[in-house]
Ligand binder design. Structure first.
Ligand code: ZN
Length: 182
């Protein structure tokens, strides 16, 4: 498929699948804003040459957070893109804490593209928490999220310095804001 076609098809697919979902932040942004940011981060830090990666960024939450199946993604976007999305999807049948633990444990064993999507996803989440935190999230909860996100990202390092630097900048900003000054 032509690169522009695959990216815009993924954009349209994600927009429709997430149409009724909002982010947890106080601003209640459309969920699509999150996947658009992830796709842009991936394009920005990889020279925009990998349409499969950018499309996977747009689609990265469709299996986990909508009724989309892996088979549907294979049919619409081919095996490679579908497999990246599958790799970054939690098994929703497991309890939340177990899913979070497995993300850290599995991160170093993921494919290169899945690891890049993971870093971009966590970067977008940190920015969202800094700019529009979910209702009821105190400093401690934010701090815990940041520490967990860094543990996942630490398992994904070594592929793209710009993407890692973007994550690390937000991580440091958050931790200096949340950690009580001594
Ligand atoms: Zn996401």
């Amino acid at each position: 498929m032509n690169p522009n076609s695959v990216i815009t098809k993924a954009m349209n697919f994600a927009a429709q699948k997430h149409a009724d979902q909002r982010r947890k932040g106080a601003k209640q942004e459309p969920y699509f804003n999150h996947v658009a940011e992830v796709a842009w981060l991936l394009a920005e830090h990889t020279g925009g040459q990998d349409a499969e990666l950018i499309a996977a960024g747009l689609l990265h939450d469709t299996i986990e957070d909508t009724a989309t199946t892996h088979a549907e993604l294979v049919r619409e976007f081919g095996q490679n893109i579908a497999d990246i999305v599958m790799e970054v999807s939690d098994d929703k049948s497991l309890p939340k804490q177990e899913r979070k633990r497995l993300q850290v444990e599995h991160a170093p064993h993921k494919s290169d593209k899945a690891r890049l999507v993971k870093i971009a996803d966590k970067t977008a989440n940190l920015r969202a928490i800094l700019e529009s935190p979910p209702d009821g999230w105190g400093e401690e909860r934010k701090r815990e999220y940041f520490i967990w996100a860094k543990a996942v990202v630490d398992g994904c390092r070594g592929l793209n310095q710009g993407l890692e630097d973007g994550f690390d900048t937000l991580y440091k900003r958050g931790m200096s804001a949340f950690t009580p000054k001594i």
